[in-house]
Design a protein around this ligand. Structure first.
Ligand code: BES
Ligand code: MN
Ligand code: ZN
Length: 510
């Protein structure tokens, strides 16, 4: 993990591979952002025009490198675009800082150390820059021969930036310290979630994921309970067992709990953890299978959020439920037409074995409901329909409580995660009628993401506030990296879940 500290050193004297400064799009060309005054002065106040000569505009995502001024120990100044300059008396948005810091980190992969001289108005800005820088400093190279790659100049496999000195903050100030601690813990756990998502499914099956959770529980003093196949059979978890029935690697239900103490609010987070989704007997066609190792991204997000809550010692109880199974076709697999008896007692006719996420989640949601938490939030790469509706970067929010849905949307906005509220139209429930069982796992094709949400709603305990985040779009980035988001597993929803826990602890929500 990349090291990060607040520093009051002057940029000129810093032994580093690069000094990062911000530039923005001004009315008449690029302008140097606050935080880089000393650097600009060393160029006789001409840094903006030097950068403009090189084609820089200040646009978001833009990176321009110039030789450092004489007298600087670092050889290079790297200017990162912040987008439009804020209006007079306004400051840079936290997520603009976060994204720019992420871009700079990515541009500096392969380097040892960099100093970031970006605009810092308050502790929150320092936290955002730290978070973006640490999330941008990510690579998944566990399966690459880095030694061989390092010697190949054409290779793009480089180790992440190793060390960051963040300038412009107050290292002794309590609020600054807390923001940096928070960013370090959050980024480490979020990057671990990305690792889990990126790990090939032959190495991360339900048992292996459960072992990772058990180990993390030991490390951070969390209580972890793992229900194996025998325990699931004894408990009557027909949904989880039905989905896992075709795989040689049996399913698991993991409960990982952080306890802040009696009498505090209690959040239950439930994650879809399909370690591989082949579709089962309703096999996915070629072209739809290749990235389905990402189908446990909801469970990875829940896991990371609970561990982060524990590391930050938040004043709220958070229970994570990881519904883990591998969805495979085989002689023992659930068939389209089978009826499952779920944990809640309801029966479900499985019309399509590729609609498996709702089956494992239904059992976990029903189980989580028994503890009557103040709210349940489930997170799942649930439907292709949600990707069609909202695209690759935005997750959908559904809920049985409009105020709660709005709160989650606001929390997501605050941390820079694009999301959008979606409805749960009651008339779509009828489409899931089954001639044989209480309900079918499929309904109308139109509005498929909402149908899946309505299915889950049937398993939420009476009177419990519940929301469902469908992260099928943003969970896995098949395109190029952007901002602080890498290719592959993104860690979608982790920051929303952590902030929701923080807000709940602070009493800001219901
Ligand atoms: N894991 C998929 C959803 C998915 C699609 C995740 C694209 C990430 C990217 C889910 O299990 C699935 O297969 N859903 C089906 C449901 C359908 C059979 C009702 C879908 O969306 O097609
Ligand atoms: Mn599926
Ligand atoms: Zn799936």
């Amino acid at each position: 993990m990349t090291a990060l500290t607040l520093s009051t050193a002057a940029a000129a004297g810093l032994r580093a591979d690069a000094i990062v400064v911000g530039i923005a799009k001004g009315a008449a060309g690029p302008v140097v952002a606050p935080g880089a005054e000393a650097v600009d002065k060393a160029y006789d106040g001409k840094l903006a025009s030097v950068l403009e000569t090189l084609g820089a505009t200040g646009a978001e995502g833009e990176v321009t490198k110039v030789p450092a001024p004489s007298g600087f120990k670092a050889p290079v100044v790297l200017a990162v675009g912040l987008g439009s300059e804020p209006e007079k008396d306004e400051i840079y948005e936290a997520d603009a800082l976060r994204r720019a810091a992420g871009v700079a980190s990515r541009a500096l992969s392969g380097s040892k150390k960099a100093a970031f001289a970006l605009p810092v108005e308050d502790a929150e800005d320092a936290g955002a820059i730290a978070e973006g820088a640490l999330l941008g400093a990510y690579s998944f190279d566990a399966y690459k021969d880095m030694a061989a790659k390092g010697s190949d100049p054409k290779s793009d496999a480089k180790a992440p930036l190793a060390e960051i000195a963040l300038l412009g903050g107050k290292p002794r100030d309590k609020a600054f310290k807390a923001e940096i601690e928070r960013a370090l813990a959050l980024a480490e756990e979020l990057n671990r979630a990305r690792d889990l998502i990126n790990t090939p499914p032959n190495d991360l099956n339900p048992e292996a994921f459960a072992a990772v959770a058990t180990a993390a529980g030991k490390e951070h003093g969390l209580k972890v309970q793992v229900l194996d196949v025998k325990a699931l059979e004894k408990g009557g978890y027909g949904g989880i067992l039905g989905v896992g029935a075709g795989s040689a690697a049996g399913p698991r239900l993991v409960k990982i709990s952080y306890s802040a103490g009696r009498g505090k609010k209690h959040l239950a987070y439930v994650g879809k953890g399909i370690t591989y989704d082949s579709g089962g007997i309703s096999l996915k066609p070629a072209g739809h299978n290749e990235t389905m190792k990402c189908d446990m991204a909801g469970a990875a997000a829940v896991f990371a959020a609970v561990v982060t809550a524990a590391r930050l010692k938040l004043d709220v109880n958070v229970t994570g439920w990881l519904a883990l199974a591998e969805n495979m076709p085989s002689g023992s697999a659930t068939r389209p037409g089978d009826v499952l008896r779920m944990y809640s007692g309801k029966t479900v006719e499985v019309l399509n074995t590729d609609a498996e996420g709702r089956l494992v989640l239904a059992d976990a949601i029903a189980k989580a409901s028994e503890e009557t938490p103040d709210a349940i939030v489930d997170v799942a790469t649930l439907t292709g329909a949600m990707v069609l509706a909202l695209g690759n970067r935005t997750f959908g929010i559904m809920a049985n409580d409009e105020a709660f849905r709005t709160s989650i949307h606001e929390v997501a906005e605050e941390v820079g995660e694009p999301s959008w509220p979606m409805p749960l139209p009651a008339h779509l429930v009828k489409g899931m009628d089954s001639p044989t069982a209480d309900i079918a796992n499929m309904g109308e094709r139109m509005g498929g993401g909402l149908v899946a949400g309505l299915f889950l709603k049937e398993f939420v305990g009476e009177g419990i506030t519940w929301a469902h985040l469908d992260i099928a779009g943003p969970a896995f980035n098949e395109g190029g990296p952007f901002g602080y988001t890498p290719k592959g597993g993104t860690g979608s929803a982790v920051r929303t879940l952590v902030r929701l826990a923080e807000r709940t602890a602070a009493g800001d929500l219901g």
